[in-house]
Design a protein around this ligand. Structure first.
Ligand code: SAM
Ligand code: SF4
Length: 510
């Protein structure tokens, strides 16, 4: 290992495995060796909550408090919510989750696409197609020219404005590489097919392995959006079984303290997640709540988003089929509803791992973001015609929702939901603590509504078919009428920006 410009460089995978984790950067956030995800407490809370049927009046009191304060619930309240299986009470919880989502984020869903940069990996996660030693995987790392071709499709043909860049963990995809890919994506301009207007990616979120503080500062400086790391499972014994001790990822504490380091480095939009199906879902939800609360305790800032990946089949492993903890769609929706009530202000992401029916059912269960037109092969967007079915079956895992962005937009419009391409938040400094306050008071929802209208108008004019435009016009009109009623004094300013967008101005936002 050497250090160049303040960043450590590793000579090979073994050097990386031996030296990557920095113990002091773990210990700092686990004072006295106590972990903020208290496994024993989770077991006790769940045992107590499971010992008697939930009392409906207590559940209603918890729901009311969540709606009123929009503050993260104590774990014992979350444990109570997780026990509800009476259909009527569950429906009350779902309706409340939907009201909270609308109050905080309005009736819009933000869309994005995954952009896979590399599948080289030094780890051995037993459920993942990218794990080291899986010989069915053709390994590659995107070059910057190849990356530009991917952006040409994502931003220039489909019309995405927001991506989540995904990386395996490997010295060949070091922080320098991640930073270069982010700069390349931001810097690559395209032209919209219908109007020739400038198009491009405006927010790059990252899903990568945990990093040390110094590396996170570099990503902060190149303008990263959210830094996502899924914990997979918070249950330490299961985690250790699924992630071999010889791997970097085998270090549970390095992974769980990653967001504390993010905050220290100024990356204050962080994305939590658990891979549902690896362990008891109720355990995972309580651990997510504890994780959110610890971040709030240290930094006054909770998770910008929580993701809900569900275990999918992957090449060369039977773990996804054979896990005893797989969940059905109804349970998946319960997880979303309980999380919306337990962490009311957070963004909630459901990915194309879900089948369309399952994702559609999440639209009114607290979800705020989804991906569409997704392809998770490396160079999958620009080479899609060249990728054989056999190769597709060797991806990291199998996607279940293959709908195009346009299909998703139309489906959501048919349910009165506006698709938002808004990326204004972090560009206006509305991140971290600032956005937390705005979300809790509902102030952000107002910006969201206006920015959703402006960016949706852009996308319809630049990328959509005439049928889709015709179908979505009434929705835009009713959104504008809603803004006029809601913010009468500000409405003329909004209308001016809307009209400018109709005439071809781009990237106007509040
Ligand atoms: N390599 C980094 C890591 O593991 O943190 C980041 C990227 S990894 C490619 C992204 C996520 O994919 C993982 O965190 C995991 O939750 C998810 N994943 C892996 N295997 C999966 C499977 N079989 N089904 C669904 N999701 C899976
Ligand atoms: Fe590597 Fe991430 Fe897959 Fe684990 S989940 S094998 S770390 S790419």
């Amino acid at each position: 290992m050497t250090t160049v410009n303040g960043l450590r460089k590793f000579k090979d995978a073994q050097d990386y495995r031996e030296h990557f984790v920095i113990q002091e950067q773990i210990d700092k956030y686990l004072p006295g060796g106590r972990h903020f995800v208290d496994g024993a407490l989770i077991e006790t809370l769940l045992a107590k909550a499971r010992s008697a049927p939930p009392d409906p009046s207590r559940i209603r009191e918890i729901i009311a408090r969540s709606e009123e304060t929009r503050a993260t619930l104590p774990p014992e309240d979350a444990a109570a919510l997780l026990q509800v299986d009476d259909p009527d009470l569950l429906e009350e919880m779902r309706a409340a989750a939907d009201r909270i989502k609308r109050a905080v984020y309005d009736n819009r869903i933000v869309v994005f696409a995954p952009l896979y940069m590399s599948n080289l990996c030094v780890n051995g996660c037993t459920y993942c197609g990218f794990r080291e030693g899986n010989s069915s995987q053709k390994r590659r790392v995107l070059s910057m020219d190849e990356l530009k071709e991917e952006v040409d499709v994502l931003a220039g043909k489909i019309g995405h404005k927001r991506v989540i860049a995904v990386y395996g963990e490997h010295p060949s995809t070091s922080t320098e590489y991640i930073a270069e890919t982010i700069r390349t994506v931001y810097g690559h301009a395209c032209k919209a097919p219908k109007t020739g207007a400038p198009a491009g990616i405006r927010r790059v979120n990252v899903n990568a392995a945990p990093l040390p503080v110094e590396d996170l500062r570099v990503l902060h400086d190149v303008g990263i959006g959210t830094f996502q790391v899924f914990q997979e499972t918070y249950h330490r014994p299961t985690y250790e079984k699924l992630h071999p001790a010889w791997s970097v990822k085998g270090n549970y504490d390095w992974r769980t303290t990653c967001f504390h380091r993010c905050m220290e480095a100024g990356v204050d939009d962080v994305g939590l997640g658990a891979l549902f199906g690896l362990y008891d879902w109720q355990y995972e939800v309580l651990a997510l709540v504890m994780h959110a609360r610890d971040l709030e305790r240290w930094f006054g800032i909770g998770p910008h988003t929580i993701s809900f990946p569900r275990l999918e089949p992957a090449s060369g492993t039977r773990v996804p089929e054979e896990s005893p903890y797989l969940i059905d769609d109804a349970t998946f929706r319960r997880i979303l509803v309980a999380t919306r009530l337990a962490v009311p202000y957070t963004g909630m992401i459901v990915t194309c791992r879900e089948r369309p029916e399952s994702r559609n059912a999440c639209l009114e269960a607290g979800m705020t973001q989804l991906d569409a037109s997704s392809n998770i092969a490396i160079k999958g967007y620009s080479d899609s015609a060249k990728i054989s079915d056999q190769e597709k079956s060797r991806q990291q895992f199998m996607l279940a929702d293959n709908r195009s962005l346009e299909e998703v937009v139309r489906y959501m419009a048919s349910r009165g939901i506006i698709t938002s391409f808004c990326t204004a938040g972090y560009r206006c400094g509305r991140t971290g603590g600032c956005i937390m306050d705005a979300l809790k008071t509902g102030r952000e929802g107002k910006f969201c509504k206006i920015n959703a209208v402006l960016t949706f108008r852009e996308w319809l004019d630049d990328f959509a078919s005439p049928e889709t435009v015709a179908m979505c016009e009434p929705l835009l009109k009713s959104e504008l009428a809603g803004i006029e009623k809601w913010l009468p004094k500000f409405y003329p300013t909004v209308l001016k920006q809307y009209e400018a967008t109709c005439k071809g101005s781009r990237d106007l936002f509040f």
